[in-house]
Every structure is written in structure tokens, then in C-alpha cells.
Design a protein around this ligand. Structure first.
Ligand code: N01
Length: 603
């Protein structure tokens, strides 16, 4: 493809100038000065919205105990941290705490109909070789992943070490004890030498601040606390109901097809259309399962990551071989060789933009093929670059709009105006509904304590929210100055990846290595120095340039802090190390190989 930004290239079947202008116009409709401030804090504004509808909370006695390691979070990150500590380092005096009633994290809470993981199950589901489990399909259902998390927890003997339905009230460094004091809502008082925070990056539901929503006359819930009492287990109670879904992200596009089959009337309120790619799910075949040789899962994970980061390309062996890897082949092929001059770099950027336009044209053409009504098809078309919002995969979301009981209510980028009585209002039109389902995603970039529900007070009396008031500051994305013996697994300033468990796995390996290194040296306190933290922050900031430039031009979403990304921020992308997980892991591996724990204070 020829690059000639600014003028129309006759070899192209589209006009880049027109598309560029259209993208900008659409973005401008959505940019809001309040950014992430447009969303409500559920705990403050809608208390009770995040209680557990799935399992009853059982009474138990308060616990007083000291442990070597406390892991906060029993989802995939917590399970991986525990597996490394138990199996690799041999630490077995551990405790897990989770507000959920069982293992599973996000897969415990997100039980909406149609919920599946859109990353391949063979690389996403943790410890498949260790458990000997082979997923049933290429993309697993929520039920299967939840079952598997319990399988892992039980295999590791973690159930008796887990306090479920338990919320931390306070986590405080106790210098006199050389460890952390943890106080919970069940009156537990625990003391832990080390704490691992595996609280997940997308955990706390967020609600948009739509005027009048507190007075809605009908029933309301969020996708991550699906109310099966109201809908019925197979949604059979919705056959006489008018249902509104607000939002068209990953959660919405999976539950909309199920609701479309059941609800009397389904109204889908859209602010920004999603990028929907083909799914092509398939059952696992005996031939596939039979050919898996030892070590297959980690090599498959690494192969996938190399493809989606553009390290490997179309001609290379592609184990996962799916919509993610194919899209990355197309979009990253222009970056094949390192640009050595400013002109070469700018030519590569232009080429990348043209390729992106072409890929997005395919996405838009598919909508025309699948949606019968041309006006609805037009409204469903996304006008931004492929990776501006999280790309999605579905074969049944778009055809749902061909059903006579389903209507798309497009809000022209402005969102729902108001909720009034039993109606959702958009552009002066009231749509009466019995039920509103918020598919509006999760808090990102807010204060850490607001997201996890408790404050952490470190060795200098500073809270973590204060320490991070201007953005994340960590050493390697794992440790924080002023917070000794505290480790992060599953989020933060680590190298970017599309496969969350791979990130959590590598963090868990590093944490286990650190705890083992402390043991070998006979020390009980590990804390990064202020300068080591600053040094890593600079690495993150230096790597952020290109990614931030891209993000800043994107339509707003949780990925770019609602259109306000900043270097060293607290968002999903601007909070990460943009150099990618492979480079990040190289930095950490070399640091470990050095063997001197450079940058850590030991006592
Ligand atoms: O949340 P989202 P999600 N009026 O933030 C809309 C993971 N995940 O739960 O795009 C009307 O993506 C908002 O509109 P806009 C995955 O990482 C994975 O769907 O901001 N609408 C958007 O459409 C995913 O990315 C899986 O303009 C309003 C929606 O609400 C992440 O979780 C499945 C509005 C929020 O979408 C989050 O996904 C599920 C308003 N005022 C989740 N305010 C799989 O593996 C917001 N919206 C498949």
C-alpha cells in the first residue's frame, strides 16, 4: 500500500482524508471534559449494587493469626501467585482473602448470559498442564473457567486457606512486627510478613452519572451482578418484559444475543459502536488434545504474545491462529524493520494508518452484510482506529438487530440523557422499560482505595492512594517505595499484553523469586528505594511516547482514560509499560540474573 498522507492515492479504494475527518468528528462528539469523572462510585452512590447475588454469606468465627503470605484476591492472579509460592518456593503458611464466595475473580462475578472469554482458552486458562485439564472449546464459557479456577484452588489445597466473602477494611504496615496488619469486615485480625495484591484490573463496576437514575421505577442491575432471580435462569421471566441494555462493550455484545432470544422487547442504548470481528469458536478435537507435548501451554502463550506484539508475523508459525493474531499481522506488518530516520518513521506511521483504515473498512462491510436494515447497519459502524477501543469478537451480536423485538437506540455519541420514571430518555424521546441492565464496564484510573475498597498505609504513614495521586510509581510494576513486602500481581506498570494470565504468571514468578531470595539471604524486609522506583518510572515514561500519541487521538474509552491519557498515568494503557511484556520480562530477568537485588533495601 502506498502512503501519501494528505492527498488521495488512486490505488486505494477509500479516501484517507475523508476517513481522517470522519474519525475526528466522531471523536469530538464523545470527548467530555469530565473524563473518568463522568462515572459514579457505586459504593458511594449506589450501595448494595455490588452485593453477591450468587451465594449466601455464611457466618463464621473471626480469625486471629500470623501467616507468611497473605494474598488478596482469589481470581486467576491470586491462584497463580499461590501456585508459585506453594510449588516453587514451598511457602505453605498462606491465606487468601476474597470478597467473592469462591475462587474465580472476574469469572465468579461476571455470570451474565453468554459470558465467555474472548482470548483462546488454551492460553488463557491457568495451569492446564498441571491440572491435566483440556478446555472443551477454543473460547470457553464463564461456567467452564469458573469450574477450572475451583479445580486449581482445590489442586493446590487452597480452599482451607481461603477466607471467602471477606472484605479487607484496613491494611497497615506495622514496623514493630516487620509485617502487615490486615483487618477485615468479619473482624479478622491477621498479621502477614508479605502481602500480594491480586485484586484484578477490571473489578469494580462503574455506572454512568445519568440524571434521574436513582429514581428509576423499574428493576436495575449491572452485568457483573446478573440478577437471575429477576430474569430467570434461562431468561424465561423476560418474555413479558421490555429490557434496556445500556452500553455496547464486551459484556453487552455477549448478553444482547441471549436477551434478544428471550425479552419481549430489547432496547440497546449505544454511545459508541464497537469493533466486532468474526468469532469462529469450535470444540476441542481429540486430535488437538492428543498432540500436546509437555511444555505446550507456556510455549503457546509465548507464541501468541509474539504474534500480537508484532514480534512474529504472518509467515511465522501461529499456534493460536485466530482473529487477534490475524488482525495484528495486518496492523503491525508495516513495522517489520526498525525505522532509522524521522522520515522513515513518519512513513511507517502513515502506512500503518492506511492499513488500519482498510482493516476498519472490512469491519464496517461485515456490518452491512449481517444487518438487514441499512439505517441500523450504519449506526452500528465504528469510526476510529482498530485498537482505539478493545476489539471484540462475535458471530451473533450483529444479527440480533435483525429480530423484530430488538431496537438499537443510538445516542449520537452523547450517551443516555436522562432516566425518568420508567423511561430512558435520548434526544427528547422517552423509551418506557421494565428493567435496565447496565453493561457499562469497570472503574479504571480512579484512586486505588476507591477501586479495591480499602486503604493501604505504608511504613512512612503515607497511603497508597496518596503515593499514586499523580499516577502509578512502582519498581518493575511489582513493588512500591514506602510499602515494604507488598507485591502486585495482575495489574499495574507491567509490560503490555493481550493475555492477562500471562502477565499475572510472570509477576507471580518474580514475586516468588523475591521471597525466596529474601529467605536465602536471611532478610525479612524487601523495599525498593525511592531512586529505583523513579528509575523504573522513567523507563515507563520513555516507552509511553508512541502509544500515548496514538491513544490521545482515539475516541474515548477506558483504554485511554476517556480521552485523557497521560504519561505514567493510572489507566489500563497509560498505566502500563508500553514496551510490551516481552521486553518487560527481559528487564526483570536480567535484573534477577544480576543477583544483587539492585535497588532494593533489605533488612
Ligand atoms: O465495559 P466497557 P465491558 N450512556 O467499558 C457505555 C473485559 N471483558 O464490561 O463506548 C450510554 O467496554 C460505553 O460507551 P462508550 C474486556 O477487557 C472481557 O463491556 O464509552 N452508554 C460502552 O459501550 C472489556 O474491554 C470479556 O461510548 C454508556 C459500555 O458502556 C472490559 O472487560 C467480556 C454510557 C461500557 O463498555 C470491559 O467490558 C466482558 C452512557 N452514559 C468484559 N456510559 C471477554 O473476554 C458508558 N456507556 C469477552
Amino acid at each position: 500500500m502506498n502512503s501519501n498522507a494528505g492527498s488521495v492515492d488512486s490505488s486505494l479504494d477509500f479516501d484517507p482524508v475523508v476517513l481522517r475527518r470522519k474519525y475526528e468528528e466522531e471523536r469530538n462528539k464523545r470527548i467530555r471534559p469530565d473524563g473518568i469523572g463522568q462515572y459514579l462510585d457505586i459504593d458511594r452512590d449506589f450501595p448494595g449494587f455490588d452485593s453477591d447475588p450468587f451465594m449466601d454469606v455464611e457466618a463464621r468465627d473471626a480469625i486471629r493469626e500470623s501467616v507468611d503470605v497473605l494474598i488478596v484476591g482469589a481470581g486467576i492472579g491470586g491462584l497463580l501467585a499461590a501456585s508459585k509460592l506453594v510449588n516453587v518456593v514451598g511457602v505453605d503458611n498462606i491465606r487468601l482473602i476474597d470478597r467473592a464466595g469462591d475462587f474465580g475473580g472476574t469469572w465468579y462475578w461476571n455470570r451474565y448470559p453468554g459470558a465467555r472469554c474472548d482470548v483462546e482458552s488454551y492460553i488463557y486458562m491457568p495451569l492446564l498442564e498441571e491440572t491435566g485439564y483440556i478446555p472443551r472449546e477454543k473460547y470457553s464459557t464463564q461456567e467452564e473457567i469458573l469450574e477450572h479456577c475451583a479445580r486449581v484452588g482445590d489442586m493446590l489445597g487452597l480452599r482451607r486457606r481461603s477466607l471467602f466473602h471477606t472484605t479487607i477494611d484496613r491494611l497497615q504496615w506495622r514496623a514493630d512486627e516487620g509485617g502487615w496488619q490486615v483487618v477485615t469486615d468479619r473482624d479478622d485480625d491477621l498479621h502477614a510478613r508479605y502481602v500480594v495484591l491480586a485484586t484484578g484490573p477490571l473489578d469494580k463496576a462503574k455506572l454512568p452519572g445519568i440524571p434521574g437514575m436513582e429514581n428509576f421505577d423499574g428493576h436495575v442491575f449491572h452485568t457483573n451482578r446478573w440478577d437471575y432471580d429477576y430474569t430467570g435462569a434461562r431468561l424465561e421471566k423476560l418474555t413479558d418484559k421490555r429490557v434496556a441494555v445500556i452500553g455496547t462493550g464486551a459484556s453487552a455484545i455477549q448478553c444482547v444475543p441471549r436477551l434478544a432470544e428471550s425479552a419481549k422487547e430489547l432496547l440497546v442504548f449505544q454511545r459508541t459502536p464497537a469493533v466486532i470481528n468474526p468469532r469462529d469458536n469450535a470444540p476441542t478435537t481429540p486430535v488437538f488434545a492428543g498432540q500436546l507435548a509437555p511444555g505446550w501451554q507456556s510455549s503457546r502463550m509465548e507464541n501468541y504474545t509474539a504474534h500480537v506484539l508484532g514480534i512474529l508475523g504472518e509467515g511465522d508459525e501461529d499456534f493460536v491462529d485466530d482473529g487477534w493474531t490475524h488482525a495484528c499481522h495486518k496492523l503491525f506488518s508495516v513495522y517489520g524493520s526498525e525505522a532509522s530516520t524521522v522520515e522513515e518513521d513518519s512513513a511507517a506511521q502513515e502506512e500503518a494508518e492506511l492499513t488500519d483504515f482498510a482493516v476498519m473498512n472490512e469491519v464496517r462491510r461485515r456490518i452491512d452484510k449481517l444487518v438487514t436494515d441499512p439505517a441500523t447497519a450504519d449506526l452500528l459502524k465504528p469510526w476510529y482506529r482498530f485498537f482505539c477501543k478493545r476489539p471484540l469478537f462475535s458471530d451473533d451480536y450483529l444479527p440480533s438487530f435483525n429480530k423484530s423485538n430488538v431496537r438499537l437506540i443510538d445516542t449520537g455519541g452523547a450517551g443516555v440523557d436522562e432516566i425518568c420514571g420508567d423511561a430512558v430518555k435520548v434526544s427528547g424521546v422517552s423509551y418506557g422499560v421494565d428493567c435496565i441492565i447496565f453493561a457499562t464496564g469497570f472503574e479504571v484510573g480512579t484512586d486505588f482505595a476507591q477501586r479495591v475498597g480499602f486503604e493501604i498505609t505504608g511504613s512512612r504513614g503515607e497511603t497508597l492512594s496518596e503515593h499514586w495521586r499523580n499516577g502509578y510509581r512502582t519498581m518493575h510494576g511489582i513493588q512500591v517505595h514506602g510499602f515494604p513486602n507488598l507485591f502486585f500481581v495482575g495489574s499495574g506498570q507491567v509490560g503490555f499484553t493481550l493475555n492477562y494470565p500471562e502477565m499475572a504468571d510472570k509477576q507471580a514468578i518474580h514475586v516468588a523469586w523475591l521471597i525466596e531470595a529474601a529467605r536465602k539471604r536471611g532478610v525479612t524486609l524487601l523495599e525498593p528505594s525511592a531512586s529505583a522506583e523513579q528509575e523504573y518510572l522513567q523507563v515507563v515514561i520513555d516507552a509511553a511516547e508512541a502509544s500515548l500519541e496514538f491513544q490521545a487521538q482515539c475516541t474515548p474509552s477506558y483504554l485511554n482514560s476517556e480521552g485523557q491519557p497521560k504519561k505514567g498515568g493510572k489507566g489500563i494503557i497509560d498505566g502500563q509499560y508500553a514496551g510490551g511484556i516481552v521486553e518487560w520480562w527481559r528487564i526483570l530477568s536480567e535484573w534477577r540474573e544480576q543477583g544483587d537485588l539492585n535497588g532494593l533495601t533489605l533488612r
